[in-house]
Design a protein around this ligand. Structure first.
Ligand code: FRU
Length: 485
């Protein structure tokens, strides 16, 4: 280990050894940074039977700083154990951040591909788009998921097409017909977002192959592209920057969604319209992987970059952001839906059930499932501050008071038009809410900061079931507890 790596390790461990005391908004089920800042999920996989989730991590700065890869493991995707930092920004080719990337598993070996970010010294003539930065593609491997090889720089900006800016990043790798393919996000010099495809015969030597783009320009940059199939349906996911005007003005600053792809991603293809993975306030940069039993699992970052109005109350506690619950992506009647992983069901304990109206207090971690909704009658108030409501043909998530110094931070309301609603599943943790409408065809995710845990659901004629979710110590908490949400 180099002297720099050694010092970074010591500094990280020091920061992690003094987390904020009396932090009240720490989550119980959702992955958070032990201290400091978390953003994208990285390197998601199941390896030798164990689930691995790496994350963009800045332990020294809860408002974001130089990124490294923190690491969690789990047997069931619900109870996670923190394993420390696996990749530090300690090489000339990743010194400004070990940026996002993926895991590719083959022959008992974990391959982690990521972007080594380099920001050159501050100079007035650098715009950090076409000049002043590097995006390097890097590989490390591991046989046990805990110890990693030396880093190998595989590609630099000069290996990417000439018409691109220096913004190329976030590799995701898959294998098809004996060949390896890597998709990366990119921004052209004309400020058009697109994905690039590279190919390799040996997972080490890569060459540019083709692009995936929309017929008309769609945003100026695509981040964290992901390509996978569910039940034969081809899905291209991308986190898109620069969508403005019309409906986008009512939405988040950046978007995460997917195109359905018809044809051959490596040849002739057609992309559908772009659909959002999530309509809530806090969702970005999802990544997916396939489990041994063939499920497609996706995890998103429950946060939003570059959103000026956004302040997060956990900053006072020295940390910021968390992941969504791992979600199964599945197809229902030809539609792409999401639901919390079924492993969560084993943690549920029924508290109460009612028809039409249900109220409860004192359980911060719970699932409320409302089914058999008729005539679109549905309204729920969570923690006295977050309203979920179906009215005038649209499903809304909004805060009772936009000036309240809570998650909304002036961000107002999020909505989607839905013709008919049938069921709503609400999953709350101490400071987050995920809402799955119509079996997860539409999803809303947000952070929230209730003074007191409470829920009130009104849905005339519908069945409402409330279950607490058992948790054994929150992720990354030093104090072990067994609780009931
Ligand atoms: C998305 C993103 C990625 C990048 C990473 C850096 O949130 O900007 O494109 O690799 O975060 O933390």
């Amino acid at each position: 280990m180099s002297a720099l790596t050694n010092d970074l390790k010591k500094m990280t461990e020091l920061a992690e050894s003094s987390p904020a005391q009396n932090a009240v908004f720490r989550e119980k089920l959702h992955l958070m940074p032990p201290v400091g800042w978390l953003n994208d999920p990285n390197g998601l996989c199941q390896f030798h039977g164990v689930y691995h989730a790496f994350f963009q991590y800045s332990p020294f700065n809860a408002e974001g700083g130089v990124k490294m890869w923190g690491h969690y493991t789990s047997e069931n995707m619900i109870d996670w154990e923190y394993q420390g930092v696996m990749l530090y920004p300690d090489q000339p080719f990743d010194c400004s951040g070990v940026y996002s990337g993926c895991a590719f598993i083959e022959d008992g070996e974990m391959h982690l591909y990521y972007t080594g970010n380099v920001k050159l010294e501050d100079r007035d003539d650098y715009d950090y788009i076409n000049t002043g930065r590097e995006a390097n593609t890097v590989l490390v491997t591991s046989r046990d998921g805990m110890h990693f090889s030396r880093k190998r720089e595989l590609m630099r900006n000069t290996d990417y097409p000439d018409d691109l800016t220096l913004h190329v990043r976030d590799p995701k790798v898959w294998k098809q017909d004996g060949m390896y393919y890597m998709i990366q996000g990119a921004r052209t010099k004309e400020d058009v977002g697109q994905a690039l495809i590279f190919q390799s015969e040996d997972k080490v030597n890569w060459s540019f192959r083709s692009r995936v783009e929309t017929a008309e320009p769609f945003g100026y940059m695509w981040e964290c592209p992901d390509y996978f199939e569910v039940n034969g349906m081809q899905i291209l996911s991308a986190s898109v920057q620069g969508l403005t005007g019309g409906e986008w003005d009512d939405r988040n600053v950046y978007q995460s969604g997917y195109f359905r792809l018809e044809g051959d991603i490596l040849g002739e293809y057609m992309l559908s319209d772009y659909c959002l993975w999530d309509y809530g306030f806090d969702y970005y940069a999802p990544q997916s992987f396939e489990t041994k039993d063939g499920r497609r699992i996706q995890i998103g970052w429950m946060g939003m970059p570059d959103c000026e109005e956004y302040t997060n109350r956990t900053l006072e506690e020295g940390w910021q952001h968390c992941f969504t619950i791992p979600r199964e992506v599945y197809i229902k009647d030809g539609r792409i839906c999401q639901r919390p992983v079924r492993e969560m069901d084993e943690k549920k304990r029924r508290i109460s059930a009612a028809s039409g109206h249900l109220e409860d207090e004192g359980h911060p971690v719970y699932e409320a499932y409302v089914s058999g909704i008729t005539d679109g009658k549905f309204r729920a108030v969570l923690g006295g501050e977050l309203i979920l409501e179906y009215r005038d043909g649209r499903f809304e998530m909004r805060f009772t008071d936009q000036d309240m110094h809570s998650a909304s931070a002036g961000r107002g309301v999020r909505y989607v038009h839905i013709q008919q609603i049938e069921n709503v599943r609400i999953l709350t943790d101490v400071s987050s809410v995920e809402v799955f409408v119509n079996d997860g065809e539409y999803v809303f995710t947000t952070r929230y900061y209730p003074e007191k845990a409470s829920v009130c659901v009104e849905a005339e004629g519908a069945d409402i079931e409330l279950s607490a979710i058992l948790f054994t110590s929150g992720p990354a908490e030093s104090v072990s507890e067994i609780g009931i949400g």
